[in-house]
Design a protein around this ligand. Sequence first.
Ligand code: HEM
Length: 149
Amino acid sequence: MLALPLPAEDISYRILPFQLHKNIGLTLLIIIVVMVAMRLITNREQAAQIKTKREKLALIDYWAIYVLIGTACLTGYLSSSYSGWETVFWWLVDFPAWAEESDELNILFSDLHKWSCWALLLVAALHISAALYHGFRNDDQIKKMFDPK
Ligand code: HEM
């Protein structure tokens, strides 16, 4: 996406992947906010039952994934705002630009965006490894993933 040529009069194919990327990211952010709110409202008792080290690690992993997705989305949005390019949510709603164009802040948030994505990839890899571990052990954790009650 980043390697595509900058939009000019006769070349504009960089715009679509960027808009799609931003739309999918912002949609994800909205879904995450709703999921976290639901979890906070409904799962208070479950959090109080967490005792073993493994359960604590699983909780940290759970929150790390949400925090990192949120950070990736927010830093992406801020970087985009400071770059001066507009964000039109699914080509329907004009998202407000955060502030005036600023190269320095664009670079700062772009770097934070990139590093939060790498961190997210790392936590996702750990999460998948843990799921495989439980799958091979054939314990009841995988069943719980699909039926948490
Ligand atoms: C979880 C959601 C997201 C993921 C995983 C993600 C991932 C990425 C990755 C891997 C890059 C390339 C970074 C690089 O190599 O420098 C990138 C670039 C970019 N992303 Fe995202 N992104 C997400 C959400 C968003 C959102 C919500 C926006 C804006 C509304 C956005 C705007 C941008 C922009 C403008 C770039 C271009 C380079 C930059 O300025 O960082 N991203 N994104």
